[in-house]
Design a binder for this molecule. Sequence first.
Ligand SMILES: Cc1cc2nc3c(=O)[nH]c(=O)nc-3n(C[C@H](O)[C@H](O)[C@H](O)COP(=O)(O)O)c2cc1C
Length: 175
Amino acid sequence: MSDFLEISPEQLTGNPFQQIGSDWMLVTAGNKNQLNTMTASWGSLGVMWNLPVAQIVIRPQRYTREFIDAEAAFSLSFLSERYRRQLNYLGTVSGRDGDKIHHSGLTTAAVEGIPYICEADQVLFCKVLYRQLMNPACFAQPDVIRPFYPERDYHIAYTARITKVFERPAASIWT
Ligand SMILES: Cc1cc2nc3c(=O)[nH]c(=O)nc-3n(C[C@H](O)[C@H](O)[C@H](O)COP(=O)(O)O)c2cc1C
């Protein structure tokens, strides 16, 4: 990651509502033989067990989930607006049906075995600490269930320690 600068999670100054909810991110997981990525726009950054963490929510049927579970690790790659078309593509097509990363034109590399998207402006590397399948009985507002879970494919929520953060100094998206 010679084009990137390593910073600490505490140095992040951006707005996660914008970055995750509006700009979206790519969740990438796997190993040197096989990996996959998918677009995500739900998640959060914060503190848990005194550690900097990212939380993501992944539906059980996502191919990417198999890689997250196998490696207990993933990266979150944040790309600039000019990659919106690729983010849409990677969020509509499944890696089960072909080499979608190759078709998107994006490229990958790895840090300490965790793959990431080279075209990103910022990358968070995360190790899974906890995961839990959402239980419909636990929704305090059952109204949430109807619009989001007609297929009853409740998300798996992952809480992961942010172990490394890299960003491109020239194109910092958090300042
Ligand atoms: C903008 C956007 C946001 C998405 N956010 C999520 C998400 O947070 N969690 C999730 O499970 N799927 C989400 N998806 C759907 C997956 O990205 C999509 O199903 C993808 O094709 C899964 O790829 P895979 O089967 O190769 O893992 C989102 C899709 C888009 C376009």
